[in-house]
Design a protein around this ligand. Sequence first.
Ligand code: ZN
Length: 277
Amino acid sequence: MAMTFLTRRRRVRWLHEPLPPRDVGTLHDSLGFYRSLTGEERTRLGQFARILIREKNWEGCGGLVLSQEIKLIIAAQAALLLIGMDLDPLRDRVFPNVRSILVYPAGFVAPLPRLGAGGVITEGHANLGEAHYNGLSGGPVIVSWRDALEGGLRADDGRNLVLHEFAHKLDFLDGVIDGTPPLDAGEDYTRWKHVMSAHHNDLVRRARARAPSVLNYYGATNPAEFFAVATEAYFERGDAMRQWLPELYVLLRGYYKQDTAARTAPPPEESGVPGGP
Ligand SMILES: [Zn+2]
């Protein structure tokens, strides 16, 4: 996806400058996953985060005054989804279907209706976040700052609001809300749908039986939520997913192109979390 010459020229100007030490300190202190990234991954994370900060329209809502720190902590979590992908920070558009990012202080009352003709998804979990689908032009991503902050600090509980909402935006890139984002040429749609639906169906059964799973039951809601929830677990519990849901892990690794299982430390007392179909 190409972008305008002017945008590219602007990026060239600032992308090669390193992140200011204060921003690096923020990432270290606020994002549990940051220390486990390689140097190159950190560089790309900083680049994509800065692109999101500069090229998206950020709005503090509900009285929240946005700071560089707040934007960086949210943008860097969204950027984590991208750092393994075949994206050139100098040339490519980044989340082209996201124009605005709205940040509320905490859980908020959704200003828009639940899933309807306009394609708005209102998350069932207490309106912590929303990803709006308005065709390819893209609606805003809405997140609660409190939950985005907590999600960043706790990088191994399998829940991350920002990863969840931006995973929806990846899914929406092809204009369809179905849990299948546009895949690279070498990837296989048939296999994707097969593996995803088998694991979705298994999660539905587990949720009904209240049986343990690596995946949050919320992913049983529908295929789109399944992809968002599986993304959270892939990044935050990669080792458990590789162990218990190896097919799903390999599929998501092929898409995100990061070996998150090698990155995350083994969770304590993980003796008995079954979860594979
Ligand atoms: Zn969702």
